[in-house]
Design a protein around this ligand. Structure first.
Ligand code: SF4
Ligand code: ZN
Length: 741
């Protein structure tokens, strides 16, 4: 780090800490010392201050201590410095800057000034929700999201901005965007060019001020607490986790002022290198700081035949300096490709052509064939291509994938077929929904303009099945039908196969198998967590079924999914087996001795951070409630989903509380030892709607056909009293069942 950077950073830190102090004193007058400070949807207070210092800021007056602490960290101003500022001092200045920035944002929230709304009405995101931190956790573990970037400022022009965002997206890198250059922001540049921003596309616009980049620090700090399992206040471990486990870096676009230098010093203290696209004067390198914290790459000096190439080099450098490993292989199609595009929406005005959806006809069918019947890489389009259709038209399509492989099994057809959604959705400008015969694909005008055609759907599938399922699939051939009579004919055949498959899956019960499967993917966050996945219960994130695990084990026999031999049965009612107990004991750091599969009350499964739902007992109702991750509202347990996660996440076994996948609610084995679905007294409304048909079936099976109308939700009951009243009025069966405790 050069003297220039050090002195600028120290100056910037003095400025921002001074401003923080001033704002604090003003806020003590108005809105006053007891005015609450709260970032939305988090239980981590002001997360950097809480995570690093262990100090809970809940009201304005709680900031007094933070002001003093930040001031105490400040080294003397450069003008008074008789010696060269050394690295430690600069890092302290950076840390003080982070505390001040977070304090400032906290005060702005207390005053109702955040989240920011631009003059043109654009509402910035503000900090990341806890729920989102958790759900990105899985993507970070499995490598679909290899790292994140905090980008400060704005690109030289809008084309460069878009290219930059696309480059990062195509590598699955999460982008946090903040700050401005003379009022212009990367966010605005992207929006002007029609880029979809938000959680689903890995692009989070924090705010237009430099200070708002602190939300990236808050994200990193929370990730370390929840995934690293560190106590809030353990600064050292938190920072080490971020340095070695969170693959993050900062990118400053445009001129760097003192505050940005100070903020960069804060990032470096977290172990995040800083890359700039402008020249940073490197006046005098200080001995021990030769280590690459700061890389200056003046944009126009980057070699390359045009700006696009320069952007590619810049992005490559960011990734290289952070040591990020990109798993996403290049897919040779005319549009960008990567998991960040999965959340993209193609709006009506931008629609070039669609397949399926209401009144349409579109299906996907993956079938296992003999090795001689499949020609690898052959992609055929039978019928007119998509650019032949009128703008905005709906055309029929049938996508038939033939695969062959020595390790391929008939049972894996469905597992592989379900991946088509992710695979096709990863193309920029292509939106994919549904599966089987309810597939719906929409294609953006820009994509077709760039040359995207029906054949490219085949290219995507061929490349991805080889990349991700190479261990079970040796050959992949894709035929795409758009010719209406042909589509119709094949659709009928596909439907027959779907029916056969349904029957097979329905016959797949816990009793019919000798092995369950484990998933330990989440142990990098929650070291004592093991998911035991049986045919009648999915993993708690909802992403892995028993069949998925079986396939995953074939693909990688040393991976996170291992067969768990049931062994001797200890209790058929509770679902306890010797083999399962032993496996869990051995694979959860010997922290857990017993593990039942059918009980919530006795030795339930542990819970990591990524469950789709949380179930918890409501003793006064003699039943259980299930709240979904997408439900932000208060529950009769007196806690929101996020607060419940705070109590039980991290790999703990908590009798009476358990995380689980959505679909488990409709399983025949849903807490069967505790009374089954008839215990369900409260269920998030969105789940009631989403699972309506299956819930109805489950209720009928339990001999309570009207059960659904007797289960309360967020509208009918927000607390214990209104819940009891509702259940009494409806005559819910739980009220007269045996006591749960
Ligand atoms: Fe994590 Fe369980 Fe999902 Fe595996 S199945 S990713 S361990 S939540
Ligand atoms: Zn998890």
């Amino acid at each position: 780090m050069s003297r220039f950077i050090a002195t600028s950073a120290i100056r910037g830190a003095h400025e921002v800490v001074g401003r923080f102090e001033k704002m604090y004193h003003e806020a003590m007058k108005k809105p006053g010392p007891d005015a609450p400070i709260k970032f939305p949807n988090t239980v981590y207070y002001l997360p950097v201050i809480y995570g690093i210092l262990g100090h809970k800021v809940q009201t304005i007056k709680d900031l007094g201590w933070v002001v003093d602490y930040a001031k105490s960290l400040l080294p003397p101003l450069p003008a008074e410095h008789l010696w060269l500022p050394y690295l430690g001092e600069t890092l302290d200045a950076g840390m003080a800057t982070f505390f001040a920035e977070e304090g400032i944002m906290g005060i702005e929230y207390a005053m109702g000034k955040q989240p920011e709304v631009s003059p043109d009405g654009f509402k910035w995101n503000g900090p990341v929700d806890d729920v989102q931190v958790r759900s990105w956790g899985v993507a970070m573990v499995d490598g679909t999201m290899p790292g994140f970037a905090a980008i400060l400022g704005a690109a030289k022009n809008e084309q460069i901005a878009v290219k930059l965002i696309r480059e990062f997206q195509s590598k699955g890198i999460l982008l946090f965007m903040a700050g401005n250059v003379k009022g212009n922001t990367l966010t605005k540049q992207a929006l002007n060019q029609g880029v979809t921003l938000g959680y689903d596309t890995f692009t989070i616009p924090f705010g237009s001020s430099t200070e708002s980049i602190i939300y990236a620090g808050g994200y990193a700090t929370r990730a370390a607490i929840s995934f690293g399992g560190y106590e809030p206040g353990n600064a050292r471990l938190n920072l080490l986790y971020n340095k070695f486990r969170a693959f993050a870096f900062a990118l400053a676009l445009g001129p760097v002022d003192d505050l940005k230098y100070a903020t960069a010093a804060g990032a470096i203290n977290y172990g995040f290198p800083v890359v700039t696209d402008t020249l940073i004067p490197n006046v005098m390198p200080v001995g021990i700081t030769q280590y690459e914290h700061v890389i200056s790459m003046p944009f126009d000096d980057i070699p390359g035949k045009d700006d696009n190439e320069r952007v590619e080099r810049l992005v490559e450098k960011c990734i290289e300096i952070r040591g990020i490993k990109i798993k996403v292989a290049k897919v040779p199609i005319p549009v960008a490709y990567g998991p960040a595009f999965e959340g993209e929406v193609v709006r009506k005005a931008d629609l070039r052509v669609e397949m399926g959806g209401k009144g349409g006809m579109c299906f996907e069918w993956l079938r296992m064939k003999d090795v001689n019947e499949v020609e690898d890489g052959k992609i055929e389009v039978i019928g007119p291509d998509i650019d032949a259709a009128a703008v905005g038209a709906k055309i029929p399509m049938g996508i038939v994938i033939d695969v062959a492989g020595r390790k391929m099994q008939k049972d894996f057809e469905g597992v592989l077929e379900r991946q088509i959604h992710h695979f096709i959705n990863g193309a920029e400008g292509v939106q994919h929904q549904g599966q089987r015969d309810i597939t719906w694909i929409r294609i953006h005008k820009n994509a077709v303009e760039k040359g995207f055609r029906a054949k490219d759907i085949g290219t995507i599938l061929h490349a991805n099945f080889h990349n991700h399922y190479g261990a079970i699939v040796d050959k992949v051939q894709v035929t795409i039908y758009t010719d209406p009579p042909k589509v119709k004919e094949l659709l009928e055949k596909a439907r027959e196969v779907y029916r056969e498959r349904n029957a097979r899956i329905a016959g797949l019960t816990d009793d019919a198998v000798d092995v369950f499967y484990s998933c330990t993917l989440c142990q990098s966050f929650a070291p004592t967590h093991v998911c035991v996945i049986n045919p009648e219960r999915v993993g708690l994130c909802g992403a892995y079924s028993w069949l998925d695990c079986k396939a995953a084990y074939e693909i990688n026999p040393n991976g996170a999914n291992q067969p768990v031999l049931k062994g001797k049965m200890l209790s058929s009612e509770k679902g306890e087996w010797e083999g399962v107990n032993q496996f869990v004991y051995d694979h959860a750091q010997q922290a857990i001795n017993r593990f039942t599969v059918y009980s919530l009350m006795d030795a339930p499964m542990t819970t990591c951070g990524c469950c789709e739902c949380v179930m918890t007992i409501i003793p006064e109702a003699n039943g259980v409630m299930v709240v979904s991750r997408d439900d932000y509202s208060m529950t009769p347990a007196g806690m929101t989903f996020t607060q419940l996660m705070g109590v039980m996440g991290g790999g703990h076994q908590t009798p009476g509380m358990m995380g689980h996948g959505k679909i488990y609610v409709t399983s025949k084995k849903f807490i069967s030892a505790d009374g089954g679905i008839k215990r369900l007294v409260w269920l998030s409304k969105n789940l009631k709607e989403e699972l309506a048909d299956q819930l109805k079936e489950a209720a009928e099976r339990a001999g309570e056909p009207d059960l659904l109308s007797k289960i309360a939700d967020g509208e009918s009951a927000q607390d214990s009293d209104s819940l009891i009243k509702f259940l009494g009025e409806k005559g819910h069966p739980a009220m007269t069942m045996d006591p749960m405790v």
